[in-house]
Design a binder for this molecule. Structure first.
Ligand SMILES: NC(=O)c1ccc[n+]([C@@H]2O[C@H](COP(=O)([O-])OP(=O)(O)OC[C@H]3O[C@@H](n4cnc5c(N)ncnc54)[C@H](OP(=O)(O)O)[C@@H]3O)[C@@H](O)[C@H]2O)c1
Length: 331
């Protein structure tokens, strides 16, 4: 089968479009013939984190396709079923933190940028009817991350105001849609005026420049919840917009992991800082039901053929996208 494989040199130089053996089905697993896959910022980190001596790795965490073969002991699926892959390996139930052994598909296990994949049966969900193949292929990692951050961790409720810095990201666009579906007022930031316009069209109530003065852009405005994934470039500004007693959830740090924190302001503000990582299989099913109920579909920025995955990843690296970048693998 054809696949995008990383091996040897860290970064893009170790990436190739290659012919590799089709994976074998084992007990408890299912083989899926992938139609589409989706890019995540994690794929860029994987190119650096995947060790030079670790052997070839098929990258990619998101995908959707058709069940091809079913392993011994698997029930509930049939050949021909249309499915979405849930990339949380080993995290079954909603819990305070992932259990020991939790991994995300695409490192160390082979991922979705391939014509076929074998995954545990528990990591499959029926493809939501309201999503196209491109939408289904890009949705799960970002939607699950957004859902756990907003619903499980921050308990966002109708009438609250939610701030989402760095709105161009794949998770951030899903956050807008989910926060609006929960009845919240949504304020976003972006470095790009074009992305700010697109965010307003998607339902955001206000959109401001990430690099500008936020207090000036939002006079007198404070928010109940911030969902942070930009990191060092925006964290302090995010904290400065929180209402006393507000919550800041962090699930990413695209622009740097280390931030200064004024502890006195923090404790006087009675703030809560919460970390969040993707989510469990239980939350993935909840999330898909929530998206079906509210007819939420991910924004597709662009679609590249599988063999052009490198060009797609370079676009993600440049931060040019608004929403998700998809790979088309088969018709
Ligand atoms: N913990 C988890 O389970 C989990 C899951 C998914 C993602 N993540 C993390 O969350 C982050 C977002 O993921 P994603 O896939 O949505 O990424 P993405 O599509 O690459 O988006 C990142 C966004 O961050 C903003 N940004 C980046 N650098 C910035 C800077 N210097 N100043 C201001 N804004 C900046 C940009 O927004 P604008 O272009 O609009 O300015 C960009 O579109 C990544 O760090 C990722 O690793 C974590």
């Amino acid at each position: 089968m054809k696949a995008i494989v990383h091996e040897g040199q860290p970064g893009f130089s170790g990436l190739k479009f290659a012919e590799i053996p089709s994976p074998a089905v084992k007990p408890g697993t299912v083989k899926v013939r992938l139609k589409t896959a989706g890019l995540n910022h994690r794929d860029l980190f994987t190119l650096v984190r995947h060790k030079a001596d670790a052997g070839p790795l098929v990258i990619g965490s998101d995908g959707a396709g058709i069940v091809e073969e079913i392993g011994e002991g698997v029930s509930g699926f049939q050949k021909g079923d249309e499915v979405v892959i849930i990339p949380s390996l080993g995290w079954r139930k909603k819990s305070a933190a992932p259990p020991e052994g939790f991994e995300i598909l695409g490192l160390p296990d082979d991922g979705t940028f391939a014509e076929e994949i074998v995954v545990p049966a528990e990591n499959l969900a029926p493809k939501p009817h309201h999503l196209s193949w491109e939408q289904a292929g890009v949705v799960m990692l970002g939607a699950l991350t957004a859902y756990r951050a907003l619903v499980t961790r921050a308990h966002v409720a109708a009438g609250q105001t939610v701030l989402i810095p760095g709105v161009g990201g794949g998770v951030a666009t899903l956050l807008i849609q989910m926060a609006k579906a929960l009845g919240a007022k949504v304020i976003v930031t972006s470095r790009s005026s074009d992305k700010r316009e697109k965010a307003l069209a998607l339902g955001a109530d206000r959109a401001i420049d990430s690099n500008g003065d936020w207090q000036e852009a939002l006079p007198g405005e404070k928010v109940d919840v911030v969902i942070e994934s930009v990191g060092a470039a925006t964290f302090e500004k995010s904290l400065s917009l929180l209402k006393p007693g507000g919550i800041i959830v962090v699930f990413g740090a695209s622009a740097g992991d280390v931030v200064p924190l004024n502890l006195r302001n923090f404790f006087y503000g009675q703030y809560t800082l919460i970390g969040s990582t993707m989510g469990s299989i239980e939350e993935a099913h909840e999330c898909l039901r929530f998206m079906e109920e509210h007819r939420i579909a991910p924004v597709i920025d662009s679609v590249f053929p599988l063999r052009e995955a490198e060009a797609a990843l370079r676009k993600l690296e440049r931060g040019e996208q608004f929403g998700k970048i998809a790979l088309k693998i088969a018709d």
